[in-house]
Write a protein that binds this ligand. Structure first.
Ligand code: GRF
Length: 194
């Protein structure tokens, strides 16, 4: 039984690569699609180079009509019959109309120790607040932004010399370990969508 995994990206796709590279051998999952809202996303080229089907649903023609964008997104995704969706740096807010269709089947990685620092600029905010540690969280996606049951976290220290960039790099290294670990466990527990 193979669990088909669609990965949604907006940028460089380093998490997508770590997920795709992990889905080999006795891993229950296999990548079936890498989709982006941005035709220029580096992640698309990297997926194509790995032989993974790619697709683009540009959000810009749907400006002001999020339900129409999400309907187009859903149509494109369903063409590839995924059982699980991984958001991996997908920079569009998804409403309940979309998330409810993937309830219990959609994962996200967020670069903070949730529930702290939902939203953007997590590293700058953590440094600014004087935190001594940061990290990343994989969670199930619910209609509330960066919320939902936590599947795993990894922590890193914040050093006195850190900038948002140096901290982001340290956290990203942990993201590349955490997300594949969580996806593997998740694929082992989920049934195909049919
Ligand atoms: C990661 O830090 C992820 O946690 C956040 O966006 C970034 C995506 O990086 N949501 P990449 O495209 O996977 O390299």
């Amino acid at each position: 039984m193979t669990i088909r995994v669609a990965i949604l990206v907006s940028g460089g796709g380093s998490n997508m690569v770590s997920l795709a590279e992990s889905m080999v051998g006795d891993h229950p999952g296999r990548p079936c699609l890498v989709l982006s809202n941005n035709a220029d996303a580096g992640g698309l080229a990297r997926a194509a180079a790995m032989g993974i089907p790619t697709a683009v649903v540009d959000h810009r023609p749907y400006k002001g009509d999020r339900p129409a964008f999400e309907a187009a997104l859903q149509d494109e995704i369903l063409k590839h019959s995924p059982d699980v969706i991984c958001l991996a740096g997908f920079m569009r807010v998804l409403t309940e109309g979309f998330t409810s269709q993937w309830d219990g089947r959609m994962l996200n990685i967020h670069p903070s120790l949730l529930p702290k620092y939902r939203g953007l600029h997590t590293h700058a905010r953590a440094i600014e607040a004087g935190e001594t540690e940061a990290g990343c969280t994989v969670h199930l996606v619910t209609p509330r932004l960066d919320d939902g049951p936590i599947l795993g976290q990894r922590r890193v220290p914040i050093l006195p010399s850190d900038t948002p960039e140096t901290l982001a790099a340290r956290v990203l290294t942990e993201e590349h370990i955490l997300y594949p670990e969580c996806l593997r466990a998740f694929c082992g527990s989920v049934q195909p969508r049919l």
